[in-house]
Design a protein around this ligand. Structure first.
Ligand code: G3H
Ligand code: 13P
Ligand code: ZN
Length: 317
């Protein structure tokens, strides 16, 4: 069942965070839906601009329509991840997305407000919610690469003005995470004091944490054992921090890289262990099962596992 993020965030606020997972193909969708069904967790399917153009934007919509029929009991929202103005407008027009993210965080404050406001006006006219971003994460997202020294944390002193002027429905805050597999080389460096101050200034307002993959070391080790060349000194976000974030006003936690690591590990292992195989389905089957297992585990960490029945009561469905 496709639902709005508004209802999800109201239910989650202060208690847990909803996992927002990126998909690019049918196997990722099947693993994701199975894992959320197994853990009875509401979730957000995220589609990036890159994912929309990987096969064809209509392909992912069709996959999700089919998944909605295959898994009638799951509760999910469909979200554009890191949109620009044209892609947001396209998704708003398509009528399929329940929310879009306008990421104008690279622009100066006033310009970020202007762009975000235009998207909010168009989206709200169609009852679609908008996530905006203030502050800038490091790492690579879409075609923009932000070095760690250019990344900057969200300034809590700006958030009330930003939300008031734009009318956005949720706010992605930079608190020290970054996109990709290499987030921290030393200590964690997550700035919960920034989230706490933002939550104090914006009571009950849904906050979003990007760059939240945990980059499990075991996955990295296994990938490298079977010929991969990932750096082993870098770490992702400690899972304990994700649980804490969910209790501090973060209602949406974005995870993409970890899913790519599961995909990479499974396929490297499968090619190495079964060199005679040239059929795409055996590794695909293993990937779907392993990804479902990862997702169910992550939903437990986020606190979203087991929340579907209670959320359905709130939704009166
Ligand atoms: O933050 C970006 C997400 O990980 C999506 O990545 O643009 O390569 O699909 P992508
Ligand atoms: P990761 O690279 O940590 O998975 O972050 C994903 C993300 O923020 C998608 O918007
Ligand atoms: Zn992101």
């Amino acid at each position: 069942m496709i639902v709005s993020t508004d209802a999800m965030f109201k239910h989650a606020y202060g208690k847990y965070a909803v996992g927002a997972y990126n998909i690019n193909n049918a196997e990722q969708a099947m693993g994701l839906f199975q894992g959320c069904k197994d853990s009875n967790a509401p979730f957000i399917v995220q589609i990036s601009k890159g994912a929309r153009s990987y096969t064809d934007k209509r392909m992912l919509e069709a996959i999700l329509r089919a998944a909605n029929e295959i898994f009638p009991d799951v509760v999910f929202a469909v979200h554009l991840d890191h949109g620009d103005e044209p892609s947001c407008m396209d998704c708003i027009k398509s009528g399929f997305y329940t929310s879009v993210m306008i990421d104008a965080s690279h622009a100066p404050f006033d310009q970020n407000v202007e762009i975000t406001k235009r998207v909010v006006d168009a989206a709200h006219a169609k009852k679609i919610a908008v996530e905006a971003e203030l502050g800038q994460l490091g790492g690579v997202e879409e075609d923009i690469s932000v070095s760690q020294d250019k990344a900057h944390l969200t300034d809590p002193a700006q958030v009330e003005e930003f939300v008031k002027k734009t009318g956005c429905d949720s706010l992605a805050c930079a608190i020290g995470t970054s996109h990709g597999a290499y987030k921290f080389t030393g200590s964690q460096g997550l700035h919960f004091e920034v989230i706490e101050e933002i939550a104090r200034r914006l009571p009950k307002f849904p906050l979003v944490m990007h760059g939240s993959s945990s980059v499990p070391f075991d996955e990295v080790r296994r990938i490298n054992y079977f010929g991969g060349k990932l750096r082993e000194d870098a770490k992702g976000v400690d899972e304990k921090q994700l649980t804490i974030a969910g209790k501090k006003g973060v209602t949406k936690i974005n995870i993409d890289t970890d899913g790519r690591l599961v995909w990479c590990r499974v396929h490297r292992e499968q090619f190495e262990l079964y060199p005679e195989n040239f059929d795409l389905r055996p590794p695909g089957k293993v990937f779907m099962a392993e990804y479902a297992r990862y997702i169910a585990h992550k939903n437990k960490v986020l606190g979203s596992a087991g929340q579907v029945d209670d959320l359905k009561k709130l939704l009166k469905v």
